[in-house]
Every structure is written in structure tokens, then in C-alpha cells.
Design a protein around this ligand. Structure first.
Ligand SMILES: NC(=O)c1ccc[n+]([C@@H]2O[C@H](COP(=O)([O-])OP(=O)(O)OC[C@H]3O[C@@H](n4cnc5c(N)ncnc54)[C@H](O)[C@@H]3O)[C@@H](O)[C@H]2O)c1
Length: 427
């Protein structure tokens, strides 16, 4: 069993990797943590039995202590990770560090250097590699069932309500405050595409933009806060209406109770607390009148050293949240949908083969089983050593791909050579 401290007890800190300790108490025990919100420290005590004197009021306070656990989970916001991770490595912790490492490539490279210098185990939160779905795709490729791979086409469909919640009203709405959307949401996709291609990305180009969630697209007469001052006839036609999303719609409190995204709007949600928070709080705002700037759709074209070509498209505009993949090879093609947990393998001239993975993830809920899968693999890595499924080097490369894609899109699709791009950011 390994002991862990949690730096940042938000949604990810309390509910993602640490939940392994509740599924398998013999593998992981949470012994300390930090957050600037007292109510989150209270939850840390209640959920994981962490004693009050091991709960700290900030990252700085936690990292001023001597080493308190075998490992640390870094799950504060995007721009805080590198400083905390470097200090934690100096104290001798192994780390799970949330993605993105940092929105600045130079900072990612700084952490990479520190990891090599200290030799500690560091796993970045690229959870999709650890899902039965992508592991099976990888196995099919590695076993040669598709022949030589020629193309990979992947999509990430963010879901209209998820996009409005996280990328228009919420934490990831501003590239300056957190990260560009292609990094915040899609560095996972860059990571598994690079992993499946099994070759460095040589060059890429990208197009994207913020097409919809800005004042010029507001319906005539729209208010500033849906429930406080937007006319009923405008709200009736608006799928992004905060009352529908958080209270009455398919994912709202009346149907799903206090689950996500309600538990981001207020801690331990009740209907009354939500109604109050939506009157004039950030999540009650009109989606056309927020202070957001991140792209709501983007596409990336990539070329890998071994000749594989890949495309990736992400969009806010989907009913459900889901990812798809299509891979073509010289002997077959594969299509799959992560949320349906099904992969169809069609070897040319042979009978189709359907892989139904839905049974495999029943005990591991977050990210198709990836959250607990990553935590489980991390425990093995800390206890037994070895290579692990991923490395900081691979994670930094996928961050570079995402950041280069953002830069390319800002430059209207300019092609970027990855090697040069990375070197230009090395201090
Ligand atoms: N791996 C994934 O798939 C995945 C999914 C979602 C989010 N993330 C990433 O995980 C990180 C956390 O996301 P989240 O959704 O949990 O956000 P969150 O806002 O719920 O959690 C961040 C927590 O850090 C705390 N915090 C802020 N400043 C602090 C400080 N100085 N000291 C200690 N605590 C501090 C906040 O109070 C908050 O509780 C982000 O970087 C995000 O991009 C990763």
C-alpha cells in the first residue's frame, strides 16, 4: 500500500485518483491534503478519514512540511502544477500530476528536466491510455490485425451542456487564466493519438475558433443572467439556459440530483442552494455574455515520422459527450466509440469482429475507467518500479502538440514543425 497527500481537493483531487483508496483500501491510503477552501478540507476529513492536523490551508503550507506520504496528487488549477510539482519532487514525493502540466511549454520542459534530475516516478493525468477501450485499440494495432497503419481519425464531442458549463461559464473559459481548449480538453487526445501512432509527430496544422459563445450571437432580448433577467420566450428556445442545464434538464438536479455539474456550482448541492447560486453567480450567466475566449471547435492535421497521417476534431456542438476513433491499415479498418465502449474490427475479406468492453469498466467509473486505472498503475509503479504505461517525456510531447495546434490555429493554419517548436521553448 502507498500513502498519498492531495494538493488541491477539488473535483479531481477528491473524486478521481484518490477514489482508488475506497475501492481498494489495501492499495492506497490518503493521509494528508491541502486546499484554500475550508469546506473541501472538511470533505477530505469525512471522505478519507484524514486527521485535521494533516489538512493544510494551502499548497504552500503543505509543501512547507517534510515529506508526509509516499506520493502526492497535484490537482490544483492548470497554472499552479509546475511550481508545486517541482517543490514536491525536491521533497522526495512520487507524483500523479494533473494535466495540463502547464499551458506554457517552457514550464512543461522545466518539469521534465526536474523529473530526470530527481529520478522520481511522475505520471501525468492522461487517463485515456488506461481505459480498456484505448488499451484494446492499442492491442489490436500491436498484434498487427490492421496491418501497417496509414491513418487515424479521432473526434472529441464535448457535449453542448458540458461545453457551456466548463468552457463558457466555468473554470476553463479563459485561455489566459487556465489553458487553450485544445490543451485543457484535448491533450488527452494528442496523447493517445501519439501513443497509437507509436512515432513522434513531425508536423501539424490546425484550424479553429470561437464561433458562437459571444455577444454578437446573442438572441435578441437575451438577458445577462438566465433566471434573473432573461425573457421566458428567449429562454424557451435556448438549450444553454442555466435553469435547464442545472435544474430541470436531463442532467439537472431534478433528474440527477447532486451529481456533476451541480456539485461544481455549489458544494453539496440542494435545489435551494442551486437556485440561489444561479441568480447572479458565474454559472447563471447567459452563455452569450460571459468573459470566455476559448475555441468552441477545432480541427488538427498531423503527420508522424513513420508516415501515419492523423486528424482530430473537437466540437462543443454535440448532444452527448463522446469520443470516436477510426483507424485504417493495409489489412483492415477499425472504428470505435469510447462511450458506447465498442470497437468494430473489419479485417479485409474476413468476418467482422465486435469488441464489447462495457463489462470491463463497471467498478471504475471516471473517464471510462481511466481515472482508477491510472491510479492503480501508479501504485504498481511506485511499489515495483519499471517503465509504466506512460512517461513525462511522452506527456510533454503531447502537450507540445496541443500548444502547437493552438498556435497554428491562431495563425490560420500555419504548418508547425514539432521539433523546432519544442526547441524554441527550451530555456
Ligand atoms: N485528467 C483529467 O481528465 C482531468 C479532468 C478534469 C480536470 N483536470 C485538471 O485537474 C485540475 C483540477 O481540476 P478540478 O476540476 O478538480 O478543479 P477544481 O477547481 O475543482 O479543483 C482545484 C482545487 O484546487 C484548490 N486550490 C486552489 N488554489 C490552491 C492553493 N493555493 N492551495 C491548495 N489548493 C488550492 C481549489 O480550491 C480547488 O478545490 C486542473 O488542472 C484540470 O485541468 C484533469
Amino acid at each position: 500500500m502507498i500513502t498519498v497527500a492531495i494538493c488541491g481537493c477539488g473535483s479531481r483531487g477528491l473524486f478521481a485518483y484518490a477514489s482508488l483508496s475506497r475501492i481498494y483500501p489495501e492499495k492506497m491510503k490518503v493521509v494528508a491534503g491541502a486546499d484554500i477552501r475550508p469546506e473541501r478540507l472538511q470533505m477530505l476529513q469525512e471522505m478519507y478519514g484524514v486527521p485535521a492536523d494533516m489538512c493544510f490551508a494551502s499548497d504552500v503550507d503543505l509543501l512547507a512540511q517534510p515529506k508526509l506520504a509516499d506520493a502526492m496528487i497535484i490537482s490544483t488549477q492548470d497554472r499552479q502544477h509546475v511550481g508545486e510539482a517541482i517543490r514536491a519532487l525536491e521533497l522526495g514525493y512520487d507524483l500523479i500530476c494533473e494535466k495540463p502540466i502547464s499551458p506554457e511549454l517552457s514550464e512543461c520542459l522545466r518539469l521534465q528536466d526536474k523529473v530526470h534530475e530527481t529520478g522520481r516516478h511522475v505520471v501525468i493525468g492522461h487517463v485515456l491510455r488506461y481505459t480498456p477501450f484505448y488499451q484494446t485499440v492499442k492491442e489490436i494495432i500491436t498484434e498487427g490485425k490492421l496491418g501497417t497503419i496509414r491513418t487515424i481519425d479521432a473526434t472529441e464531442n464535448v457535449g453542448y451542456y458540458h461545453f457551456a458549463h466548463s468552457f463558457v461559464r466555468g473554470n476553463w473559459r479563459s485561455a489566459e487564466e487556465t489553458s487553450p481548449m485544445i490543451l485543457a480538453k484535448c491533450c488527452h487526445d494528442m496523447d493517445y493519438i501519439r501513443w497509437l501512432a507509436d512515432s513522434p509527430c513531425v508536423s501539424l496544422a490546425s484550424f479553429g475558433g470561437l464561433s458562437t459563445f459571444s455577444a454578437e450571437h446573442a438572441p435578441a432580448g437575451a438577458g445577462r443572467f438566465c433566471m434573473a433577467d432573461c425573457p421566458d420566450e428567449v429562454r424557451a428556445r435556448c438549450p444553454y439556459d442555466a435553469e435547464k442545464i442545472y435544474l430541470t434538464g436531463v442532467h439537472g438536479f431534478d433528474r440527477t440530483g447532486d451529481a456533476w455539474p451541480q456539485n461544481v456550482v455549489v458544494s453539496e448541492p440542494t435545489r435551494e442552494k442551486l437556485v440561489q447560486a444561479l441568480q447572479d453567480g458565474p454559472y447563471g450567466r447567459c452563455v452569450y455574455h460571459c468573459d470566455n475566449d476559448v475555441f468552441d471547435h477545432q480541427t488538427v492535421l498531423m503527420q508522424f515520422e513513420n508516415g501515419i497521417k492523423a486528424t482530430f476534431t473537437t466540437s462543443a456542438f454535440s448532444q452527448n459527450i463522446y469520443r470516436t476513433i477510426k483507424i485504417t491499415g493495409t489489412e483492415g479498418e477499425l472504428t470505435g466509440n469510447l462511450e458506447e465502449d465498442q470497437i468494430l474490427l473489419r479485417r479485409f475479406g474476413e468476418a467482422d469482429q465486435l469488441y464489447d468492453l462495457s463489462a470491463k469498466k463497471s467498478e471504475f467509473k471516471g473517464h471510462g475507467g481511466g481515472d482508477a486505472g491510472l491510479a492503480n498503475a501508479f501504485v504498481t509503479l511506485v511499489e515495483e518500479g519499471g517503465e509504466g504505461l506512460t512517461s513525462v517525456d511522452a506527456s510533454v510531447e503531447s502537450h507540445a502538440m496541443a500548444l502547437a495546434a493552438h498556435e497554428s490555429a491562431l495563425a490560420k493554419g500555419r504548418t508547425i514543425l514539432l521539433k523546432d517548436y519544442i526547441e524554441a521553448h527550451r530555456n
